[in-house]
Design a protein around this ligand. Sequence first.
Ligand SMILES: C[S@@+](CC[C@H](N)C(=O)[O-])C[C@H]1O[C@@H](n2cnc3c(N)ncnc32)[C@H](O)[C@@H]1O
Length: 275
Amino acid sequence: MITSNLTGVVCGNSDVLLDQLIDEGVHFDLILTDPPYNINKDFGNKSDCLPLDEFIAITAERMAKIKKLLEPQGSVLWFGIHDYIGFVQVAMYNAGLHYRRMNIWHYENGFSRSKKGPATHYEPFLWFSNNPKKWTYNVDDVRMPYKSTERLKSPVKYKAADGTTKIWQPNPKGAMRGDVWDFPTLAGKRFEKEKTPHPTQKPESLIMELIKAFCPKDGEGHYNGTILDPFHGSGTLGVCCEKLNAEGHHIKWLGIELEQQWCDIAEQRIADIEK
Ligand SMILES: C[S@@+](CC[C@H](N)C(=O)[O-])C[C@H]1O[C@@H](n2cnc3c(N)ncnc32)[C@H](O)[C@@H]1O
């Protein structure tokens, strides 16, 4: 049973193990994953070099499984690349999931090999929910400082839902975050401590913010949801969950990864967290 230990890294093929999880009747509050984008990265396997029709077919199969694995009010966050994100979005609609937002991971420290077009400064990621009306989004946990106090110089009036005119006041917890998520990639010397040999490791800063925004909480304000990453790579999702758990949260998580070398790195990163 994979679910006998619903926290940790499982080394295996998620195209097989997701079926096993479905058979075991397990569900997740959040499926947050960064799968192969099909852009020929070398993960030690051929998963990122599929003919386009195979990529489309396997994405559809995966999405049908994701739908079955979500809690009734669960969400999926699925990273992709601008080339193919359209195919992924269609697969999500076809699986019966409900569109919430096309988000952008924006960075300015990426590395562009070609001078034949603009430098790449973003990767899109899709948010779909299982239920059309109910989902988790912890708006206050990811507020940001207001960019300017200009709006405060003269009162801004707006019409409230009850028809009355109100004066807008800034939220003392900060501005609502937008759907462009600004976090640097792990390129360069400043991230050499965090960076592993995995070719597409995501920054902890980004994944941590996503967990805070989308993981359900208990009545005491602790994150206590269940999270699955079926393409776990070097283990960034697990590392972020365990760092939060070390602060007193209660997240249960599962990271599935095909390659033993990345599973080993993930286990080591988790072991290195100071508890
Ligand atoms: C884009 S990387 C994930 C990187 C990860 N987010 C991190 O921060 O390290 C995708 C990973 O999926 C793995 N993978 C590809 N096909 C898989 C499959 N069928 N089952 C499990 N893992 C798979 C690859 O080996 C690769 O490490």
